[in-house]
Ligand binder design. Sequence first.
Ligand code: SF4
Length: 342
Amino acid sequence: MNTQGPLLEVQDLQTHFSTDEGVVKAVDGVDFTIRQGETFCLVGESGCGKSVTAFSILQIVQDPGRIVRGSIHLRQDDGQTLDLAAMDPKGRALRRIRGRDIAMIFQEPMTSLSPVHTVGDQISETLRLHAPIDKLQAREQTMAILTRVGIPRPERHFHAYPFQLSGGMRQRVMIAMALICRPSLLIADEPTTALDVTMQAVILDLIKELQGEMGMSVMLITHNLGVVAEVADTVAVMYLGRIVESADVYSLFREPKHPYTTALLRSIPVIGLTKQERLATIRGMVPHPFNRPHGCTFHPRCDHFMPGVCNRSLPPITHLEGGRTVRCFLYGGADTREREER
Ligand code: SF4
């Protein structure tokens, strides 16, 4: 594969849901790039638009969601780029990309595995949909990937139905199904949230190992900063449909810039807290999408809130050294003269 330039480039992506009560701007002007072989993590609290961003890339956003603006450029093996946002969601071209170039694994495997087909049939069907091979070859390759993801006795589990497997095994099956066509990008939406801590570590290690073998990029969506610290190369922090900070993982953990990132990092549980010490929390709640605060949408919860500045207009994106970006008036864009005169 051509390794020049980003594999995926998302620019000014906006995905809105028009409802009777109003328009929900679930994704409201998101920009990011993912390079080949990189692990890109999208983090934030529930309801900040992480999953809708991922669904937008594959154009599988549920009704009444629509991409209303922006582009999603995917670089192909021949170096050409395609704008996924401009393609017909039901068209053949995009269906070919789903599963072959970009695969996705979800938090709960039962939502994406068919309960009435054996896991072997489901994986080999995915392969036969994208590659010109016969049933026997598909079966062989399915056995190989089931073995690779650590399914014991694959010849027996080939004929199992998803409900006959444990949660960890189902997640492995879904990873096998996602990777059978060797995609260039794997999108993993909270892939370990439904699993116990030991199985979380096993599944994350497995994804990392397979990523190294296949050279694919991974977009990991999570609210768990412990997971981010383990696997990420670059991180983007989302709040109410916008990316408020992006940086390489080391810089972000060493020196978070945005007050929301700082608050998220402070609220990671630490071992050894005494009974008197309380875990820090982020003040308030994520606002209702119909009730977006004016200006910086984080201002009602921010410890650095500047009245007359932060609640007046949207902070612009400020580019910092090392390719970092932050959307906060503390780093530029504020008309401080007016504030000083107050
Ligand atoms: Fe806080 Fe103001 Fe920065 Fe928003 S713009 S995060 S309210 S300091």
